[in-house]
Design a protein around this ligand. Structure first.
Ligand code: FMN
Length: 161
């Protein structure tokens, strides 16, 4: 049976909510990418924004699932300063040669989603099977479930053509 892995980083829960919904619907495995540092001081937002903007290195914890074991790796990132969140960037850089096929989603407050989708494509070197971009306000309401369902349907067609 073909397998899907959903990889994401989430600081305040939006990306995690979407990742879990996708994983539940697709019977996929979940990989939460963790920065080895703690996010607890008031400077954190600025530090994270800067880190994402200048693409500085971030050290992430060792992953549980081997991405090469999966037919599709779904990569989910929050947008930080119009960029891929640095832990997700680190994951892609560490594992991009192990990714067979990819799909992307991002969560964001208001802007940067078009750029980040391009950045994900560029960084992985792959055209995604499906993409999904969701605003925080949509995730707080019910509307986003339809968009997630459409995304899952596309993935299902790739897995079961
Ligand atoms: C450091 C930082 C920078 C952010 N920069 C942006 C941005 O450029 N554009 C945007 O629309 N949202 C931005 N946001 C908002 C997050 O993308 C958004 O709240 C996202 O859903 C958070 O996901 P999470 O709850 O999984 O951590 C930023 C958030 C943080 C913490």
């Amino acid at each position: 049976m073909k397998k899907i892995l959903v990889v994401y980083h989430s600081r305040t829960g939006f990306t995690s909510t979407v990742a879990r919904q996708i994983a539940n619907a697709c019977n996929a495995d979940l990989e939460s990418v963790k920065d080895i540092r703690r996010h607890c001081d008031r400077k954190t937002y600025i530090r994270l924004a800067l880190e994402a903007a200048i693409h500085s290195d971030t050290v992430i914890r060792r992953v549980i699932h081997a991405p090469e074991d999966y037919d599709i790796v779904v990569i989910g990132t929050p947008i930080w300063c119009w960029n891929i969140a640095s832990p997700v960037r680190a994951y892609i850089i560490n594992h991009r040669h192990q990714l067979k096929r990819v799909a992307f989603f991002c969560t964001y407050g208001g802007s940067g989603h078009v750029k980040v989708m391009h950045d994900l494509e560029h960084l992985t070197g792959q055209t995604p099977m499906a993409t999904l971009t969701l605003k925080d306000d949509d995730i707080k309401g019910d509307r986003y479930h339809i968009l997630v369902s459409e995304f899952i349907t596309i993935l299902s067609h790739v897995i079961h053509p």
